[in-house]
Structure formats: C-alpha cells, structure tokens
Write a protein that binds this ligand. Sequence first.
Ligand code: GLU
Length: 546
Amino acid sequence: MTNKELANLIFPNINKTIDDYRKIYPKRDSNLVVTRFAPSPTGFVHIGNFQAAVTDYILAKNNNGIFYLRNEDTDKEREKENAVEVIMETLKYYGITPDEYEYKGEVVGNYGPYIQSKRKEIYQTFIKHLIEIGRAYPCFCSKETLDEVRHEQEAFKVRTGYYGRYATCRNLSLDEMAERIKKGKDFIVRFKSMGDPEKRFKFDDLVKGKIFMPENDLDDVIMKKDGLPTYHFAHVVDDYLMGTTHVVRGEEWLSSVPRHLEMFNAFGFEPPKYIHTPLIMKKENDKIRKISKRKDPEASMSYYQELGYPTEAVIESLMTIINTNYEQWHTANPDKTFLDFTYDPKKMSSSGGLYDLDKLENISKTVISKMTKEELYKYSYDWACIYSKSLKELIEYNPEYYKNILNIEREQKKPRKDIAKYSDIENNIWYMYDSIYNSKEKTYGYQKITNIEDIKEILNLYIEKYLDLSDKETWFNNIKLLCDELGYASNMKDYKNNPDNYKGNITDISTVLRVSLTSKSMTPDLYEIMRLLGKDRIIKRYNSID
Ligand code: GLU
C-alpha cells in the first residue's frame, strides 16, 4: 500500500487536485489587502468578534482592499438557527458591509462558497493531498482511548494532546490503516506534525510584535467523522484560497499559531500576516476582568442595538480600544469618521482594551448632539418601530411636534447633550405630552419656594398678567415684572447686594414656573418648552397645581 493508494481509498470520489483549485481561485493582485470576518454561527455577535470585524474593515478600507465575510459553520453541533442572519444583519446595521459574502442564496465574489459547510470537497482535496505526501493519516482511536490517554498525561503532569508516543495511530503501517478502513472502522484524519517543541521559532504578530514559540508537535485532527474539517485546517485552506493577507482574530488563537504555520508550510503556502486582538476588559468594583458572555449583557452586540446607541458611537467607542491614539486623533478631527483614521496594529494595546460604558455614553451624547432634528427623528423612529411601542406612538401622534421638541437647544454652537441613546428619549420628553403628563404620578421638586399658597399666587398672577410668548425677550421681561410685583428680585446683582430686601429672586420664580409645568427641575430652555406647549396647555397645567 502506498500513500497515494491510501488517499484514494479514503477519498475515492475526490478527483480534483489542489492545483485545480488554484486555477479556480487565481491569486489576487499582489498589492491588494484582503481581510475577512470569519464568525461561527452561534447566534450571537460577541463584542470581541465585532472588534475584529471593525479592525478588518478599516484595514481593508484604509488600503482600498477587500473585506469579506466567511461563515465558519463546520461545528454543526454549536450552530444556532438564524445565526447567519444575526451576523449579517449586525454588520449591515453598523454599515460594515462586506465586499464579498454569501447570504440567502446570493453569492457576491469569486472566491466562494463563503460558507464552510459548502466547501467539503475542497477541504477533502487538500486533505487527500496531505495523505498522498505523507503528512496526514487516519486515526482510529475511540473517544474512550483518548480520554484514557489524557488522564494518564494529567496524572504524570505532562502536556495533554495527541503527540509523540501518545500518537499511536501515526505508527500504524499503511496496510494496517487500509485494512481497518476496509473493515468499516470509524476514523478521523490527523495532520502529521514534524516539529520539535524543544525548538523555538520567531513569529511576528502585528500587534504583539516578535514572539518566540515552540514548534508544533501535535497531530491535530483536520477532518472530523462527519467529513468536515476542524477550524485549524479550514483556516489554512480558506485563507490561502481566498487570498487573505491579514488574519485578524482573537488572541485566544495565538497559541495555535505553531500548528497553523506548520500546516501552511506542509503545503508550501505563504501564511497570512496575523493580528491577534486583545481581550476586551471591563472594570467592576475597581477590578479589571474580561467581558464575559455569560455575565455581561454588553458582551453581545445586540445590547447596543436594543438600547439604541447610534451605530457611529458604538464603533467610535470600540475604535478607542482598537487604537490608543484614536481619541486624540478624533478630538483633533471632530468632523471626520473612523474611516478617515489610519489603523496601526502597533497602536493596539497588547494587554487588553478596557471597554467603558460611561465612555460610550459620553461619545454617544456628542454624536446625538451633532445630529439634525431630522436625523435624530429618523434614527429614533426606526429604532422605536422595533424596540419601543410607546415612543413609536408618541412620534406618530405628531411627528413635527416631536421634531420640534428634539430641536430645543440643538441648532446652536454648543448643542445640548442630554440623550445618549434612543431609549433615553421618552424619559427626557414625556412631560411634553399631555396624555403621559396627566397620567403620571408626579413629585414636584420645588426648591426654595415650597409653600403651596405662594406657588399658587405666583402661577395665578403669571397666567393673569404676564404669560406672553410672543418672543423670548418679551417673555423674559414679563417674568421680571412678575418678580417685581411679588417682591422677588428680578436682578440677581440687586439680590446679592441686599438679599433681605426680597422674598427671593428670579431663579426661584423660574423654578416654580418650570417645575409646575414639567414636574422637573432640570429641563432644556423653558421659553422653548412653553412655546411648544402653547398658552392653553400651560394654563391648564398651572391651574391643576394644588
Ligand atoms: N470561527 C472562528 C471564531 O469565531 C474564527 C477565528 C478567525 O477569525 O480565524 O472564533
């Protein structure tokens, strides 16, 4: 039995060669930067994976390159229904649209299929080649045997895994292998490693710099019982055939680099450059720890979508950990977007990026403050249509009125920054809607003037003589007159000089007018609020205070 015969016995129906595939997928232009996002369809886009996708995207865009999406669905047990939709829709939502992808039957790009489970024949061709050149072999060890070996390794405190003297099937003769296959014994295929872990080689990660790593001696599984490859093998074949120049992936894959490089080497392929992204950390009770899928809702990208953070703010907040100089750059270039920034892997923190939700809130407030009322109307309405029936109803009740509310203190040099996410809006503006205002249990937080008779006197006199909304100046002068008539200082300077001459001052009166109208002591511009509410509604509200 020769290697070639064994390969034919295992893959009788594989008739193509790796050269055939090289022709089907010709090498891309040598100057082209090609990146990919390669998530597994687990029903969830982790913030760490999304960080990698943003990095891939910006790296490709900086260089007029290609960013493609590959669906890594070889682990059929972990796969969740709709997971592919979740991934694609998340990318689209953030505007990180791939140049090449496969989605709902549509294939865009010449290097597909972009779904690994559809590439079985390709992987098997490459595995067949490895068997032919003696760099892969079938392994018949049962799960029980492998468990026993692992227990033995643990007991002797040696490295676990299928290597050296533990790699028993490696030493079977080709005839023995063929015999077992003919008898119908279950098998998987393993890579035949040649490395010596006592020897180290130099590896250059674009984030971590030069690292010395031991050579690989693990005989990794490359084809599982179901005929599909493992991640390690699919990575090598796909990133080679699809012409990936930069692999951006989580640093949990760093320790697998020796196996990947050995496989690239066995085929004689040049490996891509690697960017291993650091873990995303969070601060909790003064301790810094990894963001956890299980404990932290913010680990999932759906969290930001559900709360309605603008996509731009979420990307920007991630950019601050993707490159440590991003914030400084953005402060100097406030009108540019993240796509104008040049990503530099050397400026990625190699120890872990600290993701801070307070920072996201701040970034987001700035982003929203710069939107026009039309933009904010559109984005918040789109969001409300999916996530908030009550906000949707408020908006639909009178879209123009809603826009005008959003516009208070917006079109000015320093716009108001009181909305961080679309889910904040209703809580900020509810008092502008009678239906909610009237139905709400309110606590009027009056500050200085708290006696109800004094309050009523102020409101009654205001309604009677001074409620004038014709323009801001007139409106303000009337409040001053109200102060004068009731014995409150209309001028703060006078008040400060002789506080005993007055019952209080114009701020105290304004607070009464504000709180009695909105039940809040902090609101945007009171004149604008009054103008939008209109006289009748103001009078109704003031009359209902008792
Ligand atoms: N499917 C792998 C994962 O989701 C991809 C890692 C990579 O980008 O190569 O972790």
